[in-house]
Design a binder for this molecule. Structure first.
Ligand SMILES: C[S@@+](CC[C@H](N)C(=O)[O-])C[C@H]1O[C@@H](n2cnc3c(N)ncnc32)[C@H](O)[C@@H]1O
Length: 380
């Protein structure tokens, strides 16, 4: 049987070859920290595309378990805020609420944060503790603080970290709440996504500090932004290359909604096809334009449903084969999305890395190109 060390080395070699791991200090961490200690059990997606998605419970007793832990893949460890693999015997549905993020992303983000020895970091979303352990290996226990909202996850992560001899400061509570995370840090790294940046984060890292966070939303679009704090309540930065996505921070998750009913509305011919929202950045632009809308379905069969106002947009085809959009409610969701898609297209349809963000005490704005480019306000 291949040993854990051999699998870790093989993973580190693959990440080096793919360009995801080029800092020697983080490479040492990747080779030294055993991921299996942080993932005693988990869920694997049942493929192909079940609807709703089903997850199969997996434990170390399953064949190929250790090899699976060293795939460069996210390992889901909790569904619906409470369910673990050891609680179920058969495939089950549910929303993933905790995981060990894929190692290439964890290591890429630690490197992108750009922290040096001696700098203090606050991590939001301890999860399994694997990324926290990497941080401790590189920066030392005294320089790492991590916060986890879920007590059970936090306790399991604390035990795994202790087992390996790591002793970061671990907090249990809402990492979006400034009173929970109060401290003195040089940088903040978030392994859950937010709809806007909590102002408390800017205060915690202070002037010149760095915040690395994924901005997400209810259409399932994401962008990883690296911000520099430029004053009290002020920050600016650019979105980074790649396709980063994370589960939403619990206070920013979509609130429960009643079953969706497609009531009649005003039908017009759509200028942009709804499949544009299957595109990684197209969906991001749509989410900026309609930030409280949820997206259900995909392709030609999709619905935008505004959580704040109940406004709807859904699609069909008229007798001449043209895509029809039906809109209902106070916000003309698809008109807003089409305007934003047109502005993005005129700007050359860049990936998220062509976007940036400015935070002031009054507003949080995402723009294309520079601050004079097309821009959208985040829901704060
Ligand atoms: C993707 S997982 C974290 C991955 C983790 N860093 C690892 O390597 O295992 C996201 C975690 O963020 C936690 N979380 C969600 N909202 C949070 C919040 N408001 N404050 C702190 N943690 C939160 C979730 O419970 C979950 O464990």
């Amino acid at each position: 049987m291949t040993t854990s060390q051999a699998l870790r080395d093989a993973l580190a070699d693959r990440l080096k070859a793919s360009g995801d791991l080029d800092d020697p200090a983080w490479e040492r961490a990747a080779r030294d920290v055993p991921r299996e200690v942080f993932v005693p059990d988990g869920f694997m997606r049942v493929l192909p595309g079940t609807h709703p998605t089903l997850y199969k419970p997996v434990t170390p007793a399953c064949e190929g378990w250790l090899e699976g832990v060293y795939d460069d893949a996210t390992l889901i460890t909790q569904l619906d805020g409470h369910l673990r693999a050891v609680d179920v015997a058969a495939p089950t549905g549910g929303d993933p609420t905790s995981s060990s993020t894929l190692p290439s992303l964890v290591l890429r983000m630690w490197q992108q944060l750009g922290v040096r020895s001696g700098q203090r970091v606050l991590e939001i979303g301890t999860g399994t503790g694997y990324s926290t352990a990497l941080g401790c290996h590189r920066l030392g226990d005294a320089n790492v603080t991590s916060v986890e909202v879920d007590r059970g996850n936090a306790e399991r992560a604390a035990a795994a970290l202790k087992h390996l001899g790591y002793a970061p400061t671990l907090l249990v509570g809402d990492g979006l709440d400034a009173t929970v995370i109060d401290g003195d840090y040089d940088a903040l790294i978030a392994t859950c996504a937010v709809r806007h940046v909590p102002y408390g984060w800017l205060d915690q890292v202070g002037d010149g500090g760095t915040v690395l966070v994924t901005l997400g939303g209810w259409m399932g679009a994401y962008g990883l932004v690296k911000l520099t704090v430029t004053g009290r309540g002020h920050a600016t930065g650019r979105f980074l290359p790649g396709t980063t996505s994370f589960m939403m921070a619990r206070p920013h998750s979509r609130p429960p909604r009643p079953p969706l009913v497609l009531l009649p509305g005003q039908a017009t011919t759509a200028e942009w096809p709804p499949v544009q929202l299957d595109d990684w950045t197209g969906r991001w632009v749509a989410q900026l334009a309609a930030p409280s809308a949820e997206r259900l379905g995909g392709g030609e069969v999709q619905v935008l449903s505004d959580v704040a106002t109940g406004s709807l947009a859904y699609f069909g085809v008229d007798g001449e084969g043209r895509t029809q959009v039906t809109q209902r409610g106070p916000i003309p969701l698809w008109d807003r999305v089409e305007d934003a898609l047109s502005e993005w297209d005129t700007a050359g349809a860049p990936h998220q890395s062509g976007f940036g963000m400015t935070i002031t005490p009054e507003a949080q704005t995402v723009w294309i190109g520079d601050e004079r480019g097309p821009s959208w306000r985040l829901p704060v």
